[in-house]
Design a protein around this ligand. Structure first.
Ligand SMILES: Cc1cc2nc3c(=O)[nH]c(=O)nc-3n(C[C@H](O)[C@H](O)[C@H](O)COP(=O)(O)OP(=O)(O)OC[C@H]3O[C@@H](n4cnc5c(N)ncnc54)[C@H](O)[C@@H]3O)c2cc1C
Length: 392
């Protein structure tokens, strides 16, 4: 098979945010695009996130400045093209006597965040006057020294994935689910791909293959011949609990008393979402579930900051991060996306490891840039930073 005979320019495996983003970007570039999703869109990590479109203030602690700058730029784009899916929400950081991150450190961090965001209005911060503290959703005020307020984005992750997929389809991408990727074999000019749908198995040819299988990435990679080198990664689960009761003043960025990790307390569809945790995971990705000790940790952290609010758990959910394997706590590991390729000079295959919901659009553009030698030039249809995204 030669590239000219390929039925598809790009085949994408996975209908999470990364697969959706790559399908949209490829279709916008005029490429004939097929996306395969085994279950349903956003079945994996992309519906189990903290639902924040953020620069990642806490990544400043680990000096991931490039990631923060890029995420803030992507946040600005999404606020512009998806105003009904991504909205700016007030975030509050309470500082108590015993808080490890001191007021001056938070002020310095927020100043840097503002600078990395190009001193945009959306990145401004302020100290909340003491007289307003009682209006902060019942936040504990004993020992409270200061509260900082800044703005960051919140979305509905599942709805965002579906909106990006609709945009991809409107540009001509073919989206199939349930459709399970079975195997790919390298041939001259691309790959031969096999996948299974309800009606049976299909084989097709493509010039480029993108594996966006989230926590199933190693399994997807193992179905490719010849094998492609894989970066060493670890799956780390993160749980959220949904508590009764609505928050009215925005999101709270709290330091967990037991281990000093950042935990978010967020309004979510009339209830309160609290997360997250970091627990190394070794099972099958589809079986990930919140552990009793994670639920207890999140309830304890919430009760410490909001002692008068309900602790009734309405639901709990867990998702899996794909993080670089390494020593030390997961909390301090790099969160940048890693792209593995079959040929460093002229790849026909890109596998996506890790990454953030926030940066999906720029990740998709990077994936397409890596594949440029594999793809025939075609007249582009649109630029993804200008395509509006709408809820259904
Ligand atoms: C707890 C937690 C909180 C997070 N919070 C945030 C946040 O607030 N903001 C942020 O920016 N990022 C956040 N992230 C990161 C972000 O959610 C993920 O990086 C992103 O959702 C990963 O998307 P993905 O498309 O790579 O994977 P997934 O969403 O997991 O999608 C992979 C898809 O591939 C499909 N698939 C797998 N194998 C096959 C196959 N053989 N054939 C066909 N399809 C297949 C699966 O069914 C799945 O739908 C968070 C992550 C976690 C775990």
């Amino acid at each position: 098979m030669s590239a000219a005979a390929a039925e598809w320019d790009v085949v994408v495996v996975g209908g999470g945010i990364h697969g959706a983003g790559v399908a949209q970007a490829a279709a916008a570039a005029g490429q004939r695009t097929l996306l395969l999703e085994e279950r349903e869109p956003a079945f994996g990590t992309s519906s189990r996130s903290s639902k924040l479109i953020h620069g990642g203030l806490r990544y400043l602690e680990t000096a991931q400045l490039g990631l923060v700058r890029e995420s803030l730029a992507e946040r600005a784009i999404l606020l512009r093209i998806a105003p009904r899916l991504v909205r700016l929400v007030p975030f509050h950081i309470p500082i108590y006597r015993e808080t490890v991150r001191k007021g001056w450190q938070i002020r310095a961090g927020l100043s840097l965040y503002w600078a990395l965001g190009g001193f945009a209005r959306a990145c401004r911060f302020a100290s909340v006057p003491r007289r307003e503290w009682d209006g902060l959703d019942g936040l504990a005020t004993t020992g409270l020294r200061a509260v900082f307020r800044y703005g960051d984005g919140q979305t509905d992750d599942d709805a965002l994935v579906r909106a990006v997929l609709r945009s991809a389809a409107s540009l001509g991408a073919s989206l199939r689910w349930p459709a399970r990727f079975l195997s790919a074999a390298r041939v001259d000019g691309g790959y031969r791909v096999r996948f299974a749908e309800a009606g049976g198995e299909t084989e097709c040819a493509t010039s480029a293959l993108v594996l966006a299988a989230g926590p199933w990435i190693d399994e997807a990679q193992s179905r490719v011949t010849p094998p492609v080198e894989r970066p060493p990664v670890e799956l780390v689960q993160g749980a959220h609990i949904l508590l009764e009761g609505e928050l009215r003043s925005g999101i709270y960025y709290c330091e967990a008393p037991s281990d000093k990790r950042a935990v978010f307390v967020m309004p979510w569809k009339g209830a309160t979402l609290v997360g997250t945790t970091e627990t190394v995971f070794r099972g099958r990705p589809e079986e990930v579930a919140p552990l009793p000790e994670e639920i207890a940790y999140l309830r304890r952290t919430f009760a410490n900051y909001f002692p008068r609010r309900s602790l009734d758990v309405r639901g709990a959910i867990a998702g899996l991060r794909v993080l670089p394997r390494g020593p030390g706590p997961a909390f301090r590991r790099a969160r940048e996306v890693t792209l593995a390729v079959d040929d460093a000079r002229a790849p026909h295959l890109v596998a996506i490891y890790g990454g953030k919901l926030t940066g999906y659009r720029s990740t998709a553009e990077k994936v397409l840039a890596r594949l440029r030698h594999a793809l025939a030039p075609r007249p582009p249809l649109a630029r993804t930073e200008e395509l509006p995204l709408e809820p259904a």
